[in-house]
Ligand binder design. Structure first.
Ligand code: ATP
Ligand code: MG
Length: 660
C-alpha cells in the first residue's frame, strides 16, 4: 500500500479483537427497542422513507410533503415545507400526553444542592423565559449567546430561545473572554445569557466578569445590547445598569402562558463551534426538523431508552455537541428522565459520579473515554464502594475507546453485563452515525461498528475508491442525513472546502477508519494526525491503544515528527499509572518501545517516548496532537486557546527540548 492511495495501514488487530465479541444477553434482547435486524436493510433500501417514518414521532404544526431536497449539494434541506416548534416537542406535548408529573431533570449542584423539575415545571419555566426573552426583543432569526454553568437555567434558556424560533450559540463556560467574544461577533448575537458564576472543583468559577471583559474588547462596541444574568454562585459581580439584567428579577413579571408557534423545518436551531482539535473552530449550523428527528431516533434506539422507567445520565457539558444532542434535545424530545450534574467527577472526591448513579438509580450512563481512563487511573476500589446495579446500558463518545478501557468500563461500571455503545459522530453530524444497537449487535471492544439505520458510510482511498476490508482509509458518509451540518456560519465556501471538495457529494469526515471482515467500522484517528513512516501510513489510535494495553500505562498520545531517515518517526507521550511499581522511569522507555514493536510491528516502534504527567487536552477532553507535534519537532507551539490548561504544553515543550 503506498502513500498515493491515502490508505492507512492497520497492523494492530488488538489481540483477538475480531474474535472478542459480546453478544446481547437473551434478557436484554427480550426487552430491547430494536431487535429485528431487517431494520438495516429496509432503511438502506429506502433511507428517505425510513427518516420520514422517524419524523412522524415528532409533532408537526404543518406536515411536510417533501423529505429531502438534495438538488443543490452540499446544501441539504430536510422536510423543508413542514413546520414544527422544537421546544414544544421537548415539553408541551409530553404534558399534553399526561406525563407532566414525570421528572425531566434531576439537577445535582457541585456543592450538593439539588433541584427536581418535572416536565410540567420545566414547560412552565420555559414559557416564562420565552415571554421574558420576547420582552427583550428576541425573535425568529436572532442569535442569542449562552455562557453558563451546567444548571437547569441553561436548558431553560436554550429551549426558550428555540421556542421563539431564534438560534442559540452556547459557548462553553471555560472559554476565555477572547474566545467568547470571537463567537459572539461571528454569530452577531444580540443578547448574552450568563450566570454570576458556577461551581467547579469546590470553588466558584466566575462567568459574568468574563462576559464583561469580552464585551469590553475591541473598543467595547458589539452586537450585544443586553446581558441576562442568572444568580447561581452568589459571587460579587459588576452591573452595567443600562445593559445587564438579573434573570430572577425580570422573570417575576412573566407568567407561564405562551403559545408555541411552528417554524419551518430548516429554521436555524443553533450554531456551535467545534472544539478546535485540528484548527480554528468552525461555526457549525444546525436546523430544526431533521436535527430533532435524528437526535430523538438515535437517543431512543442506541440507548434503548424506556422513558417511563429509565434514568439517563450523559456527563457531557452542554457547551459541547454531546450536551446539545444528548442532554437537551434527544432526551427531552423522548420524554426521558435525566440527571444533570454541575461539577467535576473528582469533587469532593473520585466517588462523586458513582454516588450520583447510586442516589438517582441511573440506568443509562454516557461518558467519554478520557473520563473512563481517568477513573481507571484512580482505581476500581473507588466505584466498587457504590451500588451501581441500576446500570443497564453504557455509552462512550469523543474518541476511540481502547479495548483496555472498554473492558474496565463494562466490568467495573457495568457489572460485566451492560452493553457498551461506542458512538461515533461529530459536531457536524449532529447525531450518532455509527454505533452498535444494544439489543442486536454483538459488541467488539474498540470498534464503533455499525452505521445507524438510514446512514451509509464507507472507507475510501485518496482517489475516492473504496479500499478493501482490513485496510485503512478515509471515512466518508455517502448520503445526506437529517441532522447534518447545513453550513459553516457565514462561510459557505469553507463548508464546501472542508467537507465536500474532496469527494463531490459525499461527506469527508476527516477521520481515518477501516472496515474489518464483518464490515464493522474501526476508527483510526484524525486524518490530520496520520503518520507516514518510511512510506507506511500509521494510525495514531492503534499505537496509542497498544501503549495503553501495557499494564503500567494510563494514557498516551502519539504523533509523527519529521525524521531525516524515515520521513516521519513515531513519537509517543505517555502517562504512567499512579500506583504502578513495575517500571522505573529509566526502564519505561525501552520497555514500551519493545511493547509497541511486539504488538504492532517494528515499523511502529516509537523513536522517542516521553514520560509526562499530563497531556494537552481541549476543554472537552480531547488530546491536541498538533501541539505535541509542534513540540516534538522543536517548533514554537501553535494556537493553544482551546486548551483546558495552557501550562501543560509549556512543561512538555521544556521536557522535549531538554532531550534534544
Ligand atoms: P475540530 O473539528 O475543530 O478539530 P473536533 O473534531 O475535536 O474539533 P468534535 O466534533 O467534538 O470536534 O469531535 C468529533 C471527532 O471526535 C470525530 O471526528 C472523531 O475524530 C472523534 N470521535 C468522536 N466519537 C468517536 C468515537 N466513538 N470513536 C472514535 N472517534 C470519535
Ligand atoms: Mg472535527
Amino acid at each position: 500500500m503506498s502513500d498515493q492511495t491515502g490508505s492507512i495501514e492497520s497492523h494492530h488487530l488488538p489481540k483477538g479483537a475480531t474474535a472478542e465479541t459480546y453478544a446481547p444477553s437473551p434478557e436484554f434482547r427480550e426487552q430491547a427497542n430494536v431487535t429485528d435486524p431487517s431494520v438495516y436493510w429496509k432503511a438502506a433500501q429506502d433511507p428517505e422513507g425510513y427518516w420520514a417514518e422517524q419524523a412522524q414521532n415528532l409533532q408537526w404544526t404543518k406536515p411536510f410533503s417533501e423529505v429531502l431536497d438534495w438538488t443543490n449539494p452540499p446544501f441539504a434541506k430536510w422536510f423543508q415545507d413542514g413546520e414544527l416548534n422544537v421546544a414544544s416537542n421537548c415539553l408541551d406535548r409530553h404534558v399534553a400526553a399526561g406525563n407532566g408529573d414525570r421528572v425531566a431533570l434531576h439537577f445535582e449542584g457541585e456543592p450538593g444542592d439539588t433541584r427536581t423539575l418535572t416536565y410540567a415545571e420545566l414547560t412552565h419555566e420555559v414559557k416564562r423565559a420565552a415571554n421574558m426573552l420576547t420582552s427583550l426583543g428576541v425573535a425568529e432569526g436572532d442569535r442569542v449567546a449562552i455562557y453558563m454553568p451546567m444548571i437547569p437555567e441553561t436548558v431553560i434558556a436554550m429551549l426558550a430561545v428555540a421556542r421563539l424560533g431564534a438560534a442559540h450559540s452556547v459557548v462553553f463556560g471555560g472559554f476565555s473572554a477572547e474566545s467568547l467574544r470571537a463567537r459572539i461577533d461571528d454569530a452577531e448575537a444580540r443578547l448574552v445569557i450568563t450566570a454570576d458564576g458556577g461551581w467547579r472543583k469546590g470553588r466558584v468559577s466566575a462567568l459574568k466578569p468574563t462576559v464583561d471583559d469580552a464585551l469590553a474588547l475591541n473598543g467595547g462596541g458589539s452586537t450585544v445590547s443586553r446581558v441576562l444574568v442568572v444568580e447561581r454562585a452568589g459571587n460579587d459581580v459588576a452591573f452595567d445598569e443600562d445593559r445587564d439584567l438579573w434573570w430572577h428579577r425580570e422573570i417575576t413579571a412573566f407568567d407561564g402562558e405562551h403559545e408555541a408557534q411552528g417554524f419551518p423545518a430548516e429554521n436555524p436551531l443553533f450554531i456551535l463551534y467545534t472544539s478546535g482539535t485540528t484548527g480554528k473552530p468552525k461555526g457549525i449550523l444546525h436546523t430544526s426538523g431533521g436535527y430533532l428527528t435524528q437526535v430523538s431516533t438515535t437517543h431512543r434506539d442506541v440507548f434503548d431508552l424506556k422513558p417511563d422507567t429509565d434514568v439517563y445520565w450523559c456527563t457531557a457539558d452542554i457547551g459541547w455537541i454531546t450536551g446539545h444532542s444528548y442532554v437537551v434535545y434527544g432526551p427531552l424530545a423522548n420524554g426521558a428522565t435525566q440527571v444533570i450534574y454541575e461539577g467535576t467527577p473528582e469533587t469532593p472526591d473520585w466517588g462523586r459520579w458513582w454516588s450520583i448513579i447510586q442516589k438517582y438509580g441511573v440506568t443509562i450512563f454516557y461518558t467519554a473515554p478520557t473520563a473512563i481512563r481517568a477513573c481507571m487511573k484512580v482505581g476500581r476500589q473507588v466505584p466498587e464502594q457504590y451500588d451501581l446495579s441500576s446500570i443497564r446500558v453504557l455509552g462512550s463518545v469523543g474518541e476511540p475507546i481502547n479495548p483496555e478501557a472498554w473492558r474496565w468500563y463494562r466490568e467495573v461500571i457495568g457489572a460485566g453485563t451492560a452493553p457498551i455503545v461506542d458512538t461515533w459522530w461529530q459536531t457536524e453530524t449532529g447525531a450518532i452515525m455509527i454505533s452498535p444497537l444494544p439489543g442486536l449487535t454483538p459488541l467488539k471492544p474498540g470498534s464503533a461498528q455499525v452505521p445507524q439505520p438510514g446512514i451509509s458510510v464507507t472507507v475510501v482511498g485518496e482517489d475516492g475508491a473504496p479500499v478493501e476490508n482490513g485496510q485503512g482509509g478515509l471515512l466518508v458518509v455517502q448520503r445526506p442525513w437529517p441532522s447534518m451540518v447545513r453550513t459553516i456560519w457565514g462561510d459557505d465556501q469553507r463548508f464546501i472546502d472542508t467537507y465536500w471538495a474532496k469527494f463531490g457529494d459525499r461527506y469527508f469526515a476527516g477521520d481515518g477508519a477501516r472496515l474489518d471482515e464483518d464490515g464493522d467500522v474501526w476508527l483510526l484517528g484524525r486524518v490530520d494526525d496520520v503518520m507516514n513512516v518510511s512510506g507506511h501510513r500509521l494510525s495514531t489510535a492503534e499505537i496509542e491503544s497498544a501503549l495503553v494495553e501495557h499494564h503500567a500505562v494510563a494514557e498516551s498520545a502519539v504523533v509523527g515528527a519529521d525524521d531525516e531517515t524515515t520521513g516521519q518517526a513515531v513519537v509517543a507521550f505517555v502517562i504512567l499509572k499512579s500506583q504502578q511499581s513495575i517500571l522505573s522511569l529509566d526502564d519505561a522507555e525501552p520497555e514500551l518501545k519493545k511493547h509497541v514493536a511486539a504488538q504492532i510491528g517494528a515499523i511502529a516502534r516509537p523513536r522517542q517516548i516521553f514520560i509526562v504527567s499530563e497531556l494537552p487536552k481541549t476543554r472537552s477532553g480531547k488530546i491536541m496532537r498538533r501541539l505535541l507535534k509542534d513540540a516534538a519537532e522543536g517548533r514554537e507551539v501553535g494556537d493553544t486557546t482551546t486548551l483546558a490548561d495552557t501550562s501543560v504544553m509549556q512543561t512538555i515543550s521544556d521536557r522535549v527540548r531538554s532531550e534534544r
